[in-house]
Design a protein. Sequence first.
Length: 159
Amino acid sequence: MDKTLTYDNSKAMLCRMKLKFDCGQCKKSWSSACGTAEILYQANPIIKESGAHAGIRLKVKILVYPQKCNRCGKMGNMTLYDEDTYSLSEKLTIKVLNELGYEVPKPKKEGKGSNMRKTHEKALCLACHAGKCFFTETRRRRRRNLDNEVPPRTEVEAP
């Protein structure tokens, strides 16, 4: 693991992921649409002596937060879904290219359904314990935006 990437010298982004878990203790298995990945990255353009761009040097560290088993409380063994791993790399690529001045539109989201039956369980989520949970942070931002929203102005005609 690259120890040169730290919170002080890199940018960070949180992404949601669907994850599979197996408990080594009680043998329970589950899927969660409430997975959180934190990406630390540094993107530096490579410039030739002529001043032309020769590419981008990108350092990346991805931290995927595990969950505890709700049956026995032990840490679950995590497996990533291929499509979510691809989506994560696509989001990072678009973000980095846009930061470097290239205009790359975000791809249109295809609605992926989830058959989650339970709500997010903060007590079992290690991203929540670390203060990095995508779901907790997203809810906090939504609440903050709702609190700061100005009600639409209504104009009343004078009699």
